[in-house]
Design a protein around this ligand. Structure first.
Ligand code: SAM
Length: 448
């Protein structure tokens, strides 16, 4: 560890420093958060093959043993029943306190831990906009949102200032899980430690204040802004909140009322008992969370919606064949078809990676369905054709093989324990495997 960093931690933690140093030799806390869009917590705890212990941060989040091998290829992971998340990382969304029907903006969203958690709180209502500035990271965000079956959302890849200008004054809640010096991640990524310096901490502070400026713009009157980082530096936490509030007297700090973690470090006249800090001594790798409210009114930009064009007959037939109800709203982008419960928003000059559920692509006189359609948590109860697989068949499915299982001609959702793994196409003799190539993997049967 860098000496300069440890010296700062000594000054910060004082008599707790030795306890903190001991945690550096311990394994990282590991956890899973149940995706309640797809699975009730009680069902998950019964089905999951490893022991789980409840975290203090959120009731859907559990510690798992550091000894467990990677769960990335576990079928319940691939079909979106859970998200691998260090338990204390679930704390910010708990403090955001999302309610059904709200408009929520997650401004720094990749890889999607907090966005998928927000989506579960919204339960397919309201609107979730998940933005990520980095295009590579935005595609990881997209695949995680797809895997967890989120559909009532939009994923953008934009600069916060441009996005928040386009949607000024529309959000009930905004989360800024800011890029930071990542001091709570040093055990996980050596690279975070290598890049650390006091100059970097200060550069992060300027960037954080810049992002908060955009978030402020996006808020409605009475809207809530949660600012979080996974770093310990006061400069990026209490100081950022203090400086932001100083320049925005129409924002107030709100008591987070959290039952976990501890208050902040004294900084000027900031009421630091209102903010939350989590250290490894509090059973999480490290988080800072502050909750603020916008008191002043805010002008709203006018929302523009996409015009719904008539769908080609092959798409209507596909919906009739696959779903027991017809989608409420749809959009065609060239040959690709998307559906949502709410009308589709049009945003000028903003790169939209996804809005709604990707249903498939029209090719000639037929619709080639998309994996997202079958993984969507909202559509799951309306899927007409499902085919339950045995464990051996599920392993075959993940490896990309044809399933030697008789099925009438047509598409079917393939399930394991009732959870959709993906889609297959019956040809009257067997079921052809339609799992996207990038998702094929070898699954260890002992895992489930
Ligand atoms: N909220 C995410 C989650 O829970 O999975 C983690 C977000 S991570 C701490 C911060 C993100 O901010 C990174 O994905 C990074 O690419 C993005 N970022 C970097 N610079 C940014 C900027 N100037 N404005 C907005 N986001 C930025």
């Amino acid at each position: 560890m860098k000496e300069a960093f440890l010296n700062r931690m000594k000054l910060l933690l004082q008599e707790e420093y030795e306890e903190y140093v001991k945690t550096l030799d311990m394994p990282m806390y590991r956890g899973v958060r149940v995706n309640t869009l797809k699975c009730a917590v009680e069902d998950f705890t019964k089905e999951f093959p490893h022991s789980l212990s409840v975290s203090p941060f959120c009731k859907e989040s559990f510690y798992i043993s550091p000894q467990i091998a990677s769960l990335g290829n576990h079928p319940f992971h691939s079909c979106g029943l859970f998200y691998m998340q260090e338990p204390s990382a679930s704390s910010a969304v708990e403090i955001l306190d999302v309610q059904e029907g709200e408009w929520v903006l997650d401004l720094c969203a990749a890889p999607g831990g907090k966005s998928t958690q927000i989506a579960a709180k919204l339960k397919h209502t309201g609107f979730l906009l998940s933005n990520e500035i980095d295009v590579g990271r935005a595609s990881v965000l997209l695949s995680n949102m797809e895997r967890l079956g989120v559909g009532e959302n939009m994923i953008t890849c934009a600069k916060p200032e441009e996005l928040c200008k386009a949607l000024q004054g529309h959000f009930d809640k905004v989360l800024v899980d800011a890029p930071c010096s990542g001091e709570g991640m040093f055990k996980k990524h050596d690279s975070a430690m290598e890049g650390w310096s006091e100059e970097h901490v200060n550069a992060c502070r300027y960037r954080q204040l810049h992002i908060l400026e955009s978030a402020y713009k996006a808020l409605k009157q009475d809207g809530i802004l949660v600012y979080s980082t996974c770093t310990y530096a006061v400069e990026e936490n209490e100081q950022v909140v203090y400086e932001f509030l100083k320049t925005h007297p129409d924002m107030e700090l709100v008591d987070s009322r959290a039952s976990f973690g501890r208050g902040g470090f004294a900084y000027e006249d900031l009421p630091v008992s209102y903010v939350r800090r989590i250290f490894p001594m509090d059973r999480g790798e490290g988080h800072f969370i502050a909750k603020m409210r916008r008191i002043s009114a805010n002008e709203q930009t006018k929302l523009v919606y996409e015009k719904e064009k008539k769908l080609p007959n092959c798409v209507i037939s596909f919906f009739q064949e696959q779903l027991s109800v017809l989608p409420m709203h749809w959009m065609m982008d060239e040959q690709r078809v998307y559906v949502r419960q709410a009308p589709f928003l049009r945003l000028k000059n903003i790169r939209i990676l996804r809005q709604g559920i990707a249903c498939g692509e029209v090719r000639g006189q037929r619709l080639e369905p998309h994996h997202h359609f079958y993984l969507s948590a909202f559509l799951r109860p309306y899927l007409k054709s499902t085919t339950e697989l045995t464990k051996e068949e599920a392993i075959l499915f993940y490896s990309g093989n044809v399933l030697p299982k008789e099925h009438r001609k047509g598409y079917t959702a393939l399930t394991y324990h009732g959870y959709v793994l993906g889609l297959g196409k019956g040809d009257g003799v067997c079921i052809k495997n339609k799992l996207p190539k990038g998702l094929r993997c070898s699954v260890d049967g002992n895992l489930f």
